[in-house]
Design a protein around this ligand. Structure first.
Ligand code: COA
Length: 532
């Protein structure tokens, strides 16, 4: 057993100022989460309650096992857009009758639950997670279909949501719809594509077109009930499999359906002798500097998230700006790759590649803790083959088939983001700390590069370079990139699965690992051609 010790001075000024800055960022993220919970706003929440209906999160709370956690995903979807925060949808993982399920609930307080471009992004991410991790899907439906003013952005790409549902079903992953209200047009295909459908007396209304559109299309006079009421679907069309009397009854039936799935997880069981870390998780607040200027020792993070702070480091003396080693989190074995001094050199790339292959030899999931400025640049490193070596690490990450998890603690810059399993490399889950920053390079570097390129171009044309315009351009680029790399922006684009409190890292990873083990853990020996 190799128990990590700490060198963190929790009484230092630096720790205190890091901690204060992290708490400030967390308070901001918390206020955004609170805003997302308000959906379309208080007026629509009150109207919804006055109609005797439950809100999306109230439905979820009743559906999942009492006092069990709900891991909400992508809550900041649509940050900074014209639409309400959250994408008019709630997605997340909850436990129903002991079964981890992907829950997808329309938020009818925002534009009648209509799907806008952000809804589609959030929804498709939830589908991917359900598919990769073999999670039964439970849709809590109440949606006015497509958001009509933005239909051109969603109609074509959003169509895949229906294909996803039936592909899940084809893969043996159950798809269940509980229809709480209107489910119009595209919304009607959600129950249509489900294995099990529950409808509620006088509440559920499922039709391809409502009475006005039917009148326009065929001239036929109709009403909601005869076109798509729960009674009609339960007795006549057969679209409803279960007929509930009210919302709590529908939720009870939904729980019963999951109970009867006879669900079995296909991954290996965790060890039962789980020990908490010996180092204090509370200290995770004070490790990362807010401006990311100074590197930090990732052992201080690892020691606070792994079982018993027990970490067997692999190749500690070689390629030491990347820490690699074996540990357990909540009883699940895990291989960890963590950036130490930000830059990745050739030895780090070699070490990572070997380590990823070893994880695939032993069926061990991998955790990437990102804080990287990318691969080392410069003549010496180019001549030493840094491109080949970085590519080799990216090859290993891309083809490795054991489950990957990524947490962005600090910088996630350049191709370092790819080598350290960024979003495009398909980690099963990717969470970020409030200090995370994602960009091709830092704002100063980007402004500097653009300035040098512009200066050379002007000189090439024999022109005098306009220094005042250059200073203004640099300031504008720095401001723009600084805003773009902000974690609220990247989380809003659904480039992560959520911004988490550093103190929750172990819990969130534990839930993620448990979820991942619904599917078998599969390793590979097949990698692309390595260029060592
Ligand atoms: N696209 C864009 N906005 C929509 C919308 C849609 N599909 N459906 C509803 N909205 C908007 C409404 O204009 C309204 O906006 P406002 O509050 O700014 O005026 C808001 O959402 C709430 O709608 P409202 O009709 O007041 O809510 P409701 O709860 O009484 O009824 C629906 C909700 C979904 C039943 C009803 O709005 C409806 O039938 N919408 C159209 C459904 C449809 O035909 N969709 C076809 C899409 S392909």
């Amino acid at each position: 057993m190799t128990v990590l010790k700490t060198a963190l001075d929790v009484r230092s000024d630096e720790f205190a100022s890091n901690r204060d800055a992290m708490l400030e960022k967390l308070a901001d993220i918390d206020s955004l989460h609170a805003k997302a919970v308000l959906g379309g706003g208080q007026k629509y929440i009150d109207r919804h309650h006055q109609r005797g209906k439950l809100l999306a999160r109230e439905r979820i709370e009743l559906l999942i096992d009492e006092d069990s956690p709900f891991l909400e995903l992508s809550p900041l979807t649509g940050y900074g857009s014209q639409f309400a925060l959250g994408g008019s949808l709630v997605t997340g993982i909850g436990v129903i009758e002991g079964v981890e399920c992907m829950l997808i609930a329309n938020d009818p307080t925002e534009k009648g639950g209509a799907s806008n471009p952000w809804t589609v992004r959030r929804l498709l991410r939830a589908h991917t997670i359900a598919k990769e991790n073999r999670l039964p899907l439970v849709a809590l439906v109440e949606s006015g279909g497509a958001d009509l003013p933005t239909q051109k952005e969603i109609f074509v790409p959003g169509g895949v949501m229906f294909a996803n549902m039936t592909r899940l079903s084809a893969a043996g992953v159950p798809v269940i719809s509980l229809v709480f209200g209107n489910s119009t047009a595209g919304g009607a295909y959600v129950p249509g594509m489900s294995d099990y459908v529950v409808m509620i007396k006088d509440r559920s209304k499922v039709f391809l077109a409502g009475p006005p559109l039917v009148k326009m299309a065929t001239g036929e006079e109709s009403d909601d009930e005869s076109l798509g009421g729960a009674d009609m679907h339960a007795r006549t069309s057969g679209l409803a499999d279960f007929y509930a009397v009210d919302e709590p009854d529908a939720i009870r039936i939904g729980r019963d359906i999951v109970k009867r799935l006879n669900w079995k997880k296909l991954g290996p069981e965790p060890r039962v002798d789980v020990r908490p870390p010996r180092l204090d998780e509370e200290d995770l607040l004070g490790i990362v500097q807010p401006d990311l200027k100074a590197p930090f020792d990732p052992h201080e993070v690892i020691g606070r998230i792994v079982d018993g702070s027990d970490f067997d480091e692999f190749k500690p003396l070689y390629g030491s700006s990347l820490v690699t080693g074996w540990a357990r989190i909540h009883g699940y074995p895990i291989g960890i790759l963590a950036n130490a001094r930000g830059v990745l050199f050739s030895p780090e790339a070699h070490k990572a590649t070997q380590f990823i292959q070893l994880a695939n030899q032993t069926n061990t999931p991998l955790l990437f803790l990102q804080n990287t400025t990318g691969y080392m640049v410069g003549k010496e490193y180019e001549q030493g083959g840094i491109i080949k070596h970085g590519a080799m690490m990216i090859n290993a990450v891309s083809n490795s088939s054991v489950p990957h998890l990524t947490v962005t603690l600090g910088g996630s810059y350049g191709a370092g983001q790819y080598g350290m399993c960024g979003r495009a490399y398909g980690p099963r889950f990717l969470f970020t700390w409030p200090t995370a920053k994602n960009a091709v390079m830092g704002p100063e570097q980007m402004a500097g590069v653009l300035s040098i390129v512009a200066r050379q171009a002007a000189e090439g044309r024999g022109q005098v370079y306009d220094e005042a315009a250059d200073a203004a351009m640099r300031a504008a680029v720095e401001g723009q990139i600084d805003a773009d790399q902000d974690v609220r922006v990247t989380s809003g684009l659904v480039y992560d699965d959520g911004v988490i409190d550093p103190r929750d890292t172990r819990t969130v990873l534990g839930i993620s690992l448990s979820v991942i083990h619904n599917a078998p853990v599969e390793s590979t020996r097949l990698f692309g051609v390595f260029r060592p």
